[in-house]
Design a protein around this ligand. Structure first.
Ligand SMILES: [Fe+2]
Ligand SMILES: [Fe+2]
Length: 266
């Protein structure tokens, strides 16, 4: 595990960056809107547990925090460019901010750790889905948006076990994890649907019958990937390390690493 700089910049972001399936881009935009609020929450939660971890896991957890910090900073830039001239997106962000802020204040540190671990399970599951549907997600997509999503998902694969291990080291209770899994999945689904509707309206694509017809297909496909994975992760004996990594995303990390190696230093 290491921290990488994807070297991305966004002057303008079309929310419909996937030109073939704009509604699929809107769903990813919904997840992106959550990142500057969800990931700092995970980082603060895992950081607070560092003194109680054995040195090996502590080092991994520190790198996890650094990777997540890098993710939400990139998503902040992407989201700001995407929200330009779209007040509905800014309203959604305020609601997302209040939601995660409330969770962090109202729930125990152990619940927050379970929440981070379950959220990471969903991230890994989405990565597996995206890898299997690579052409749907990335063909004819804006290169900067595609690179952001690919890099983020690939690092989610790379650190898939860390939050889970931290939770196991501090608590590991399955009931608390299950409640946290239901909570994080509900928040993710709710704000993703709201973002899709907001962007369908603000881009005028609500008039496209094809978008409406495809939406249930994407929703079912992603739900049938993530829900069983999340349910399995609630069972005793589960460990994310037992799951097979998506090969395309693993390969994409190697490409980024090779590029960083040959990048001239100045
Ligand atoms: Fe992340
Ligand atoms: Fe993550």
């Amino acid at each position: 595990m290491k921290v990488r700089d994807p070297g991305l910049g966004y002057d303008e972001v079309d929310p419909a960056w996937n030109r073939r399936y704009p509604e699929l881009a809107f769903a990813v935009d919904g997840v992106s809107l959550l990142m500057p609020y969800a990931e700092p929450y995970f980082v603060r939660t895992v950081r607070a547990a560092l003194p109680d971890l054995e040195p090996g896991l502590r080092a991994e957890a520190s790198t996890f925090c650094a990777q997540e910090t890098s993710h939400h900073r990139q998503h902040r830039r992407f989201n700001d460019a995407m929200a330009e001239g779209r007040p509905g997106v800014a309203r959604l962000e305020r609601w997302i901010d209040r939601t995660y802020g409330h969770l962090e204040r109202a729930r125990s540190h152990r619940f927050s750790l379970a929440f981070a671990a379950a959220s990471e399970t969903i991230a890994f599951s989405i990565a597996r889905w995206a890898d299997r549907h690579h052409h749907d997600v990335f063909d004819d997509a804006d290169p900067d948006a595609a690179e952001l999503i690919q890099w983020h998902l690939a690092e989610e694969v790379e650190h898939k076990s860390v939050a889970f291990d931290v939770y196991a080291a501090i608590d590991g209770g399955r009931l608390r994890y299950t409640l946290a899994a239901i909570t994080t999945f509900t928040i993710l689904a709710w704000f993703t649907v709201l973002t899709i509707l907001t962007l369908l309206v603000s881009t005028g694509r609500w008039r496209s019958p094809a978008c409406w017809l495809r939406l249930p297909k994407w929703a079912l496909a992603i739900a049938f990937r993530t829900m069983p994975d999340l349910a399995a992760s609630c069972l005793p004996g589960h460990h994310p390390g037992d799951l097979v990594d998506p090969p395309g995303l693993v390969a994409s990390l190697r490409v980024i690493d090779d590029r960083e190696r040959v990048r001239p230093t100045d």
